[in-house]
Design a protein around this ligand. Structure first.
Ligand SMILES: *[C@@H]1O[C@H](CO)[C@@H](O)[C@H](O)[C@H]1NC(C)=O
Length: 207
């Protein structure tokens, strides 16, 4: 006798993650994967992207504004190193490593204006977002990492950003290793301050 199971989003999501985890962690083509075809996988991917878009991405302004302090910390360290290099002194902090979750990295990347689509992602425009930039499986996969490196070049200090080991073009800067002063110019407004009081007063239902 056949029994009926009502499929819910939770159940489908569980099947998708069982398939995905077994594949990525154990390299196994799990039987769970056979319950889904490519189109199902794309819809599940979009549903994950929707969640991150509204919770950590461009969906609400406050998502990325919360990373402003981290952003300032990063540029403060780069500024210190830049000044030490320029004055011919010793660089006191050659490498700095900060470890966190994708949920911290994603708002920072969003604050940097990276992976921004012209039209916001929502539940009814999946079809028009097949070629979207905001693809969290690519932006923040397992062990996602953002690397910012200063280079002392003949024409000045240059900054190279790498995301997941790949060179990254910062929006508005077409060079893969732009002059550090141009990067600072690009993010001038953010560098002027975080204004956390205003951020905390933001009404997320309106932004
Ligand atoms: C989704 O975005 C489209 C624009 O691509 C807009 O026309 C539509 O009203 C939005 N739908 C919802 C449910 O917000």
């Amino acid at each position: 006798m056949a029994s009926k199971i009502w499929l819910t989003l939770d159940l489908v999501e569980t099947v998708f993650y069982l398939c995905a985890y077994e594949f990525t962690i154990r390299g196994v083509n799990s039987p769970w994967c056979r319950l889904l075809d490519d189109a199902d996988g794309q819809v599940m991917e979009y549903s994950g992207d929707l969640k991150q878009f509204w919770k950590r991405g461009f969906g609400h302004d406050i998502n990325s504004k919360a990373s402003c302090i981290l952003f300032h910390d990063l540029f403060k360290r780069l500024d210190t190193a830049a000044n030490q290099i320029k004055s011919g002194g010793r660089v006191s902090e050659v490498v700095m490593v900060q470890v966190g979750h994708a949920e911290t990295l994603l708002p920072l990347l969003t604050l940097l204006d990276l992976f921004k689509d012209d039209v916001p992602l929502n539940s009814s425009n999946f079809a028009s977002h097949r070629g979207r930039a905001f693809r969290t499986g690519v932006i923040v996969p397992y062990a996602a990492n953002l690397l910012m490196t200063l280079f002392d070049c003949p024409d000045g200090l240059r900054l190279q950003a790498r995301l997941n080991e790949r060179p990254l073009t910062l929006p508005g800067l077409d060079d893969l290793s732009p002059l550090y002063q141009d990067v600072r110019k690009r993010y001038k407004q953010l560098l002027q301050g975080c204004d956390q009081d205003t951020v905390c007063m933001m009404d997320s239902s309106k932004n």
